[in-house]
Design a binder for this molecule. Structure first.
Ligand code: DON
Length: 307
């Protein structure tokens, strides 16, 4: 398979989609991002990365961070975790409150905001305070990415906190049902911090490689999680990684994937490679429009999917 050629074709064919959609503006600092950017990176098991577009540009990973926090928490708590967060698609937008009320504060899955907030709460209980928890999450991201220089964007973090009414509402609702152990502000602050981590598509595709290889990084041979845990994280990405568009994504792309409102999407081709795309304009579900299209084109042209 000629990955370079496929990527070159995608770069051309993606152009009509680049002007469609809308940059996330409910986090004001994100609204300032240049909307016309596009990047895609594919990392193979030998560490080779093929890229097109602005693949060194760092962007806000937002909900993609939920893959790292869920992985970390699953590794610590194992099955116990599912007492507090489910494993079913929600069929609702990522920031929805309604389901959480009638399901008594137990979020459907770790990738909608409520679920990711519970996951952050479990990490906060384990590591005790905001700074140590965030440091451990960063250590994990740096380790899977094989890059100690990854940081976060405090301006995006502060901007989200200043406008974080829905997430604070979700957290307070869960606290009222007894599904949040720590202080609401601490949990939400830690959650915003990991959402504001910045990475490029090159870094992100490299960081996902362990999930394409049953939990072991094929480059360093370091095992981060068990085979079973990797299977669970991938299954969760496939069924819940794109919120109420998870079915759409599975239908059109056919790979476990996770999106973020910063315009990034990561995807995994089990046993072969990991992929990251970036384009800030989002579709109506809050997922990168051109990014989703690029992944669909990649799966079509390469014939790669889990189905
Ligand atoms: O909590 C939020 O709304 C954001 N920090 C993350 C949401 C997000 O990335 C949804 N992704 N498509």
């Amino acid at each position: 398979m000629d990955i370079e050629k496929i990527l070159q074709e995608i770069q051309e064919e993606i152009k009509p989609f680049m002007s469609q959609g809308k940059v996330a503006d409910y986090i004001p600092a994100l609204a300032k991002v240049d909307p016309d950017q596009f990047a895609m990176s594919v990392t193979l098991f030998d560490g080779t990365t093929h890229s097109i577009g602005c693949s060194d540009t760092k962007f806000s990973i937002q909900s993609i961070s939920k893959v790292f926090t869920f992985t970390k928490s699953l590794n610590i708590y194992s099955k116990e975790l599912y007492k507090r967060v489910g494993k079913e698609p929600s069929g609702n937008p990522f920031n929805s409150l309604v389901q959480l009320e009638y399901e008594r504060g137990i979020p459907r899955n770790p990738f909608i905001n409520a679920g990711a907030i519970v996951i952050t709460d479990t990490l906060l209980s384990h590591y005790k305070n905001v700074n140590d928890t965030f440091e451990k999450v960063m250590d994990f991201i740096k380790a899977v990415a094989g890059d100690r220089a990854i940081t976060h964007d405090q301006e995006v973090c502060d901007s989200e906190y200043a406008h974080g009414y829905r997430n604070l509402a979700l957290a307070n609702l869960m606290k009222s049902f007894g599904n949040l152990d720590n202080d609401v502000e601490d949990v939400v602050k830690t959650y915003f911090k990991h959402c504001s981590v910045t990475m490029s598509t090159k870094e992100l595709s490299r960081a996902m490689l362990f999930l394409a290889n049953h939990g072991t990084d094929p480059i360093s041979n370091h095992r981060f999680i068990t085979d079973n845990q990797a299977k669970r994280v991938n299954a969760m990405m496939l069924t819940c990684g794109h919120y109420d568009a998870s079915g759409e994504f599975a239908f059109h792309v056919g790979l476990p994937g996770k999106s973020g409102v910063g315009g990034g999407i990561v995807a995994v081709v089990p046993k072969q490679m990991s992929i990251a795309v970036f384009s800030p304009r989002l579709n109506s579900w809050g997922n990168s429009l051109a990014g989703t299209q690029a992944l669909e084109l990649f799966s079509q042209k390469s014939g790669l999917s889990v189905f």
